[in-house]
Ligand binder design. Structure first.
Ligand SMILES: [Cu+2]
Length: 497
């Protein structure tokens, strides 16, 4: 059975008969008896996610051992209907407790999947049944929310990522079909220094005081003969778990309108995506519709960001749809788009340079005034924790030995808040707020409105403002989605009064 067939089989098996048909059925039987949450054991769940470690074929002769959902990467696409309750059995066949986070959804802390908010763990070799009402509609995802620290088999370095699509109550339609792409690296290793792209964000101007502060802290550390803090690099790059040239091509016909739902499932990396000879019409970011569709030659996505974009198939050929980074693309970060009747070697051409400006996707209308503004300063202590960089928000690192820290920010339900973020480091941080959606109101000095997201990249030495309505009571985690940053301090908690 080819890998493609095996995946198709697993998907349908999971959808029709729960986990009983999976290859590791004996383990499933054992976890059933170890179930910790025994409510409603009689009726089957709508979905089962089985967390287990096993082989994953990234390319012929490139088979790795990795933890996934239901033995596949990405995890099965879960299609929910907005407002219709779902029940999901989470089963954990690994030796360590797990958290399944429902990224971008307005759920309660009991199911959100963050121990920092008090969500119970799915115990090692145990299971937990959850139910929630999916919302809001659009492209969401689920992923593990454990801290990996220096263990690069854990957290989002693993294959524990899967797409979610929540169907709106009214269907917008207007495309011939949908294609889901999950971008993900495998085989991580620690390195000193990285090659994070910086040039693509616009506006590019930095704040002098932030730059002075960050650079002088770094200089002081290097003067004390400290090495640069660890970064993470990868050996293998994939789209939907297959390296470029080894997956099923996206097969299209001239004149088709294909809606791509692209997810950056990386633990740490920023990704780009282009399709030679074609443009993307971006209709949604992080699953939320934009004020108006915007045409661009390339997509840029920080860790955990999603983009939904329509592509008119009007340039027949066989193309590489891939990352702009030549090295990463050659190591697998791409997929083939093949027009019917066309054969031959897939062609790659880089797109014209295009600055990525979130405000470009917004509108000029002024957003509502916030009731209160929270200031946040992000700082790095180079190599301060056993060679890893330590990260702080307003001088405080989230405790590594504690799940629920004292909340630093206090909310009142119904009020609108602004977070004024100031980044005193040269890294780009994909900032995520749990259980809420925020609106970008100012990006590197430029005002905007109408762009609603749950992750935003904050550029090196830049300032970004995001506004949100406090309408989902309970502990709410705010963190950098870069695994190496969140694990070493870059988290904080909001609480409701
Ligand atoms: Cu970060």
């Amino acid at each position: 059975m080819s890998c493609f067939d095996r995946r198709t089989f697993l998907k349908s098996a999971a959808a029709t008969a729960g986990a009983a048909l999976l290859p590791n059925a004996p383990l499933v039987a054992r976890t059933t008896t170890a179930r910790t949450n025994s409510n409603d054991n009689q009726s089957p769940a709508d979905y089962t996610l089985n967390i287990a470690t096993g082989p994953l074929e990234l390319a012929p002769k490139k088979i790795i051992s990795v933890t996934t959902y239901n033995g596949q990467f990405p995890g099965p696409l879960l299609r929910f209907r907005e407002g219709e309750q779902v029940t999901i059995d989470l089963r954990n066949d690994t030796d360590t407790p797990e958290q399944v986070h429902w990224h971008g959804q307005f759920v309660s802390t009991d199911v959100d999947g963050a121990a920092e908010e008090g969500t119970p763990f799915v115990p090692a070799h145990g299971s937990r049944r959850i139910s929630f009402v999916p919302k809001p509609s659009g492209f969401r995802f689920y992923h593990t929310h454990t801290r990996a620290g220096a263990d690069l088999d854990r957290g989002q370095y693993s294959g524990l990522v899967g797409p979610v699509f929540i169907e709106p109550k009214q269907h917008p339609g207007n495309h011939d079909r949908e294609v889901f792409l999950t971008l993900k690296e495998f085989q991580p290793t620690l390195s000193r220094g990285g090659d994070m792209p910086q040039h693509f964000l616009s506006p590019a101007q930095t704040v002098p005081s932030l730059k002075d502060s960050g650079e002088s802290q770094m200089k002081a550390s290097l003067t004390k003969a400290m090495p640069h803090g660890y970064e993470v690099g990868y050996d293998s790059f994939t789209i939907n778990g297959r390296m470029l040239g080894h997956g099923e091509p996206v097969r299209v016909k001239p004149g088709e309108r294909v809606l791509f739902h692209v997810l950056n499932g990386s633990a740490t990396e920023i990704r780009s995506l282009a399709l030679p000879g074609h443009t993307f019409t971006v209709i949604a970011m992080d699953g939320n519709p934009l004020p108006k569709p915007i045409r661009v030659p390339v997509l840029w996505l920080g860790t955990a960001e999603r983009i939904s974009a329509m592509v008119e198939m009007n340039h027949p050929g066989v193309w590489v749809m891939g990352d702009l980074d030549d090295d990463d693309r050659r190591h697998g970060m791409g997929t083939v788009v093949e027009y019917a009747g066309n054969k031959g070697k897939p062609q790659w051409l880089p797109p014209r340079p295009f600055p990525w400006n979130y405000a470009h996707f917004g509108s000029a209308a002024t957003s509502a005034k916030p009731d209160e503004v929270f200031d946040m300063l992000f700082e790095k202590q180079n190599a301060a924790l056993d060679g890893f960089n330590q990260w702080t928000i307003n001088g405080v690192a989230y405790p590594g030995n504690q799940m629920i820290a004292p909340p630093a920010f206090h909310l009142q339900e119904g009020k609108r808040y602004r977070i004024h973020m100031r980044n005193a480091s040269d890294d780009i941080h994909p900032i995520h707020l749990h259980r809420h959606t925020f609106e970008l109101t100012k990006y590197a000095g430029q005002s905007t409105s109408g762009v609603h997201k749950d992750v935003v990249m904050v550029g090196g030495y830049q300032e970004v403002d995001i506004d949100f309505l406090a309408k989902n009571p309970g502990l709410t985690l705010f963190h950098c989605h870069q695994q190496l940053h969140m694990d070493f301090g870059f988290m904080t908690l909001f609480t409701y009064a």
